[in-house]
Design a protein around this ligand. Sequence first.
Ligand code: G3P
Ligand code: CA
Length: 310
Amino acid sequence: MTLKHIKIIGHRGASGYLPENTLAAFSLAIEMGADAIELDIVPTKEGELIARHENDLTHTTNISQFPEFADRLRTKSIYGQEITGWFTEDFTLAEIKTLTAKAPPDLQLGGTVPAPAVVPTLQEVIDLVKHQRTAAGRAIWLYIEIKYSAYFRTIGLAMEEPLVEILSRNGYNTADAPIAIESFESESLKHLHQLTQVPLVQPCLDLTSTSALASIAEYATILAPCKRLIVPTDEGGHLLAPTSLIQDAHQAGFKVYSWTFSNEKMHLAPEYKGNPEAEYEQFLLLGLDGVFSDFPDTAVSVRDRLHPSQ
Ligand code: G3P
Ligand code: CA
């Protein structure tokens, strides 16, 4: 019998240590033994795909310090939320490349960036991982998450087609390439299902009834539920009994990867007593197939202890 390989995915790179969605954070995740890195993508003004979690550059770059960009501060309604900031779709790639990327203000990072980090393009991330291998000789996987799909389509900057084009140019637009595409927006994934054979990942915060799983299975092969759909908590943040979601999703044919695992005490339920390894142990023993982690070194260490053959 072959043991399943539990996939450790560096969430936005090793984003617990270095500014998220930067080449430095992706490289560190790979050095730490991650099997895969996850990045979020949004477009620039000319439609270049870049690695950012939000299209608002205010909190993850130093754009507010650039007087020449002051008049491009905008207030926009994005999915019903009023946001004031500097938005990727109003800047060319050349302009965005003059910025320094940083961690969101509420995060204290443990690592030091070797040089000022810039905002990478998707192509630069592909170039970084393409020829790297894990210690076991496996290709490093890329999990590419499309953000704000419907919003960008309405302003003429749809991402699905250019994404598939980039994958094709890199020889990655195949069912067996080390690539998967994610989107919370099921319409985006359904559209991608028509455009490409690469595996599709449905992240979810709900939608886990048997009939919902059956509908998702029509276009996606990986289910990525929030941790709390697998091990819920009560109002005080205490752990409740696990749900049957992992088994239900396996039954429906999915692999199940969950998010987001962190070493930070504020993200750990009291039952783990400040030990992040206890949380990974619980989820891996429940049968999870992969984790999105901000601290991939901890995830790798628990995975290798519980499954030494991997
Ligand atoms: O897909 C897992 C995770 O990346 C989804 O949440 O907000 O970190 O993009 P977020
Ligand atoms: Ca993401």
